[in-house]
Ligand binder design. Structure first.
Ligand SMILES: *Cc1c(COP(=O)(O)O)cnc(C)c1O
Length: 360
């Protein structure tokens, strides 16, 4: 068995320890005589799996009691609709558009009300996070929306926007659990699991209780009402059972690594290996303004499409896979989520150095 260094933006690398544990429990989960895939979501044994997962997540993020944790489905995209459906009482919201995913969320919200773009970084191909300290946020806006880490462009909010007292909604899909967060600053935090947490098919939402009401837009499907999901502890219908089980294992793994403060330190050290190299390389260049750099997604280019393609091909052959940039930006992108070991980045940088020498 040979595992590669997988730099995919998502679905992405998971901790090997977690995969091995899941493999060992595949046929018989803790004496139940069955796989987690085969058991009722109403069983006692599964109830413990989902409850433990929630508790471990609460411990990791220090989630206050007045926030609900929901395990949902439909990907981050389904949340693009759920956010306006559940929150747009005044049919008005402010969107900060810092990349493709925020753009999609903004467009989706426009189907339900007035989605006002209050800031954008599209003028420079989303290579920076705009100053959000004094935006023109409408008095009657129901919320302010951000995508906190922009997976495709490799930028991250280092400071949260000044929402002028409005509820902050944040898509954290690609930076979830990569560092501590102050949950109390948000109304809604959500993320698809397949970037930094677990398998695709699970979306985790952390929602302040007072935002979970029956007062949703008319016609909101039962399944998309947060109240439905919260009242049933995410078990209104069959949840993505196996995915939640793997997420739970990743939470335990994160606790074992020392929690999110330790992960932040590790992620900073790991990202610095790559950024420091890019900053002095004569061939490779990072594409993001240094102040906005993500710790999770690192896009870079050589400046030549042919050299980019040659690099991706040779890197793949050497066991560094999924380094191709998103189809909308080209070049390369190394996603270096929690589960990517620092050795993976060090070896990638050594490979880049060699490539640079050979192609000088
Ligand atoms: C990947 C990604 C999405 C889209 O996720 P789906 O689960 O495929 O809907 C949305 N937002 C961010 C920040 C992402 O990284």
């Amino acid at each position: 068995m040979a595992r590669v260094y997988n730099f995919s933006a998502g679905p992405a690398v998971l901790p090997e320890e977690v995969l091995k544990e899941a493999a060992a429990e595949m046929l018989d989960y803790q004496g139940s005589g069955m796989s987690v895939m085969e058991m009722s979501h109403r069983s006692k044994v599964y109830d413990k799996i989902i409850k433990d997962a929630e508790q471990d997540l609460r411990d990791l993020l220090n989630i206050p009691d007045n926030y609900k944790v929901l395990f949902l489905q439909g990907g981050a995209h389904m949340m693009f609709a759920q956010v306006p459906l559940n929150l747009m009482k005044n049919k008005k919201a402010a969107y900060i558009v810092t990349g493709q995913w925020a753009k999609r969320a903004h467009k989706e919200a426009g189907m339900y009300g007035e989605a006002i773009k209050v800031a954008s970084s599209e003028d420079k191909t989303f290579s920076y996070i705009p100053d959000c300290s004094d935006l023109d946020i409408p008095e009657d806006a129901d919320y302010v929306y951000i995508c906190e880490n922009n997976t495709i462009y490799g930028t991250k909010f280092k400071e949260l926007p000044n929402t002028k007292g409005k509820v902050l909604v944040s898509d954290v899909s690609s930076c979830f659990l990569s560092e501590p967060m102050d949950v109390t600053k948000y109304g809604v935090i959500y993320g698809g699991a397949q970037k930094n947490i677990g398998p695709a098919g699970v979306v985790i939402a952390i929602i302040r209780e007072d935002l979970i009401t029956e007062d949703v837009l008319p016609g909101t499907p039962t399944m998309l009402k947060w109240k439905t999901q919260a009242d049933a502890d995410s078990l209104y219908n069959t949840p993505p059972c196996y995915g939640i089980y793997i997420c739970g294992k990743v939470f335990k793994w994160l606790k074992k690594q020392g929690g999110l403060a330790a992960m932040k330190e590790y992620n900073e050290k790991k990202a610095a290996v790559l950024y420091d190299f890019l900053d002095q390389s004569k061939l490779f260049k990072g594409t993001v303004e240094p102040a906005s750099r993500s710790l999770m997604n690192v896009p870079f280019v050589t400046g030549s499409d042919e050299l980019d393609a040659k690099f991706i091909k040779e890197a793949t052959e050497a066991g560094f896979v999924n380094l191709k940039g998103h189809r909308s930006v080209g070049g390369m992108r190394a996603s270096i989520y929690n589960a990517m070991p620092i050795e993976g980045v060090e070896k990638l940088v050594a490979f880049m150095k060699k490539f640079e020498e050979e192609n000088a």
